[in-house]
Design a binder for this molecule. Structure first.
Ligand SMILES: Cc1cc2nc3c(=O)[nH]c(=O)nc-3n(C[C@H](O)[C@H](O)[C@H](O)COP(=O)(O)O)c2cc1C
Length: 221
């Protein structure tokens, strides 16, 4: 039998910010966070970052206890904020209905960059979720059609059967609506850009929403 891995030895052997990292000059940044996010996102893609569009989404439940999971980013712009989609009846959907605040965390290790977005979450019109889902792959539609997200599953065979009929329906009737599939828009109050540095002189630039725009400040790392 193989011996159990030594977690502490593994942890001690790992490094962060051990590569050539880009410089970040906060003085040369735009007045608003979205253009800088798009610039950093494009740089992460160009640098070969795997799945740069899969941030962690943090929410809180009705008792104020934190929860977190990965979602796919569907867009980011000044009018609609940071966009993602999920089922309204899932744990996150119920949490967002009770407490419409969330945070997104992106980490792009190839560039040593982190972006944090915090704000208020609203639900986009149902047509937006429908159009977004139906512009995606048959697999995405089939996955959404399966539904029941975050409910108890009694057996894997049950999922197999549901998935099989969802695929058949998605192929036969690709315009089928998924009423629980919901597009969410996170309107940010704060967006922080973190550039890691090998000598630990990390640069942190935080945008905070003001009455008429955005304020920028540096933070100690
Ligand atoms: C890479 C990746 C992308 C994911 N994207 C989504 C997504 O866009 N929407 C979604 O509802 N779940 C997505 N999931 C699944 C969620 O992480 C989570 O398991 C599911 O939404 C249930 O979360 P909840 O119980 O907190 O509601 C993704 C998971 C991974 C690993």
């Amino acid at each position: 039998m193989e011996s159990e891995p030594d977690l502490h030895a593994l942890l001690r052997s790992l490094r962060v910010w051990d590569t050539e990292l880009p410089a970040f000059d906060p003085a040369a940044t735009p007045a608003e966070p979205v253009p800088l996010f798009v610039e950093w996102f494009a740089a992460a893609v160009a640098a070969g970052q795997t799945e740069p569009h899969t941030p962690s989404l943090a929410t809180t439940d009705a008792e104020g206890r934190a929860d977190v999971r990965t979602v796919m980013l569907h867009g980011a712009d000044p009018d609609h904020g940071w966009q993602f989609a999920s089922h309204s009846g899932s744990a996150k959907g119920r949490q967002l209905a009770a407490r419409p605040y969330a945070a997104l965390g992106f980490y792009w290790p190839v560039l040593g960059r982190q972006v944090r977005v915090r704000g208020t979450v609203r639900t986009a019109p149902a047509e937006v979720a429908h159009a977004d889902l139906h512009a995606r792959s048959t697999g995405a539609l089939a996955a959404a059609l399966v539904g029941h997200q975050s409910e108890h599953l009694s057996s894997y065979e049950e999922l197999d059967r549901a998935s099989q009929s969802a695929w058949e329906l998605a192929q036969r009737a690709p315009e089928t609506a998924v009423p629980t599939w919901t597009a969410y828009e996170l309107a940010p109050n704060e967006v922080e850009f973190f550039q890691g540095d090998a000598r630990r002189r990390h640069v942190r630039l935080k945008y905070s929403r003001t009455e008429d725009g955005w304020a920028k400040e540096l933070l100690w790392p």
